[in-house]
Design a protein around this ligand. Structure first.
Ligand SMILES: [Zn+2]
Length: 89
């Protein structure tokens, strides 16, 4: 097989299907992760309550980044909407 052919046939998609948000589950301790899951649940299902507390995906992203975790607001938002690549796979 030529090198060109092999390149053309290879997938450019990374095998990495976990995004920055799902990787947090490994980095945070259980209590921290539980709290994030509660907030995500609130943003999904109790939007008025989340809004009244200022709980938004950009708020959560900012806090996490302030604590050294690399996760974008968009990634969090995709998780709120359950539309992230790591949840679909
Ligand atoms: Zn994800």
């Amino acid at each position: 097989m030529s090198e060109l052919l092999s390149k053309l046939q290879s997938s450019t998609k990374s095998r990495q299907t976990r995004c920055g948000f799902s990787l947090l589950a490994d980095s945070l301790d259980a209590a921290e992760w539980d709290q994030i899951c509660l907030i995500m649940d609130e943003m999904r299902n109790r939007q008025a309550e989340a809004k009244s507390k200022g709980h938004t995906s950009s708020w959560l992203g900012r806090i996490l980044r302030e604590h050294g975790y690399s996760v974008s607001d968009n990634t969090i938002y995709r998780h709120v909407k359950r539309n992230c690549c790591c949840e679909r796979s």
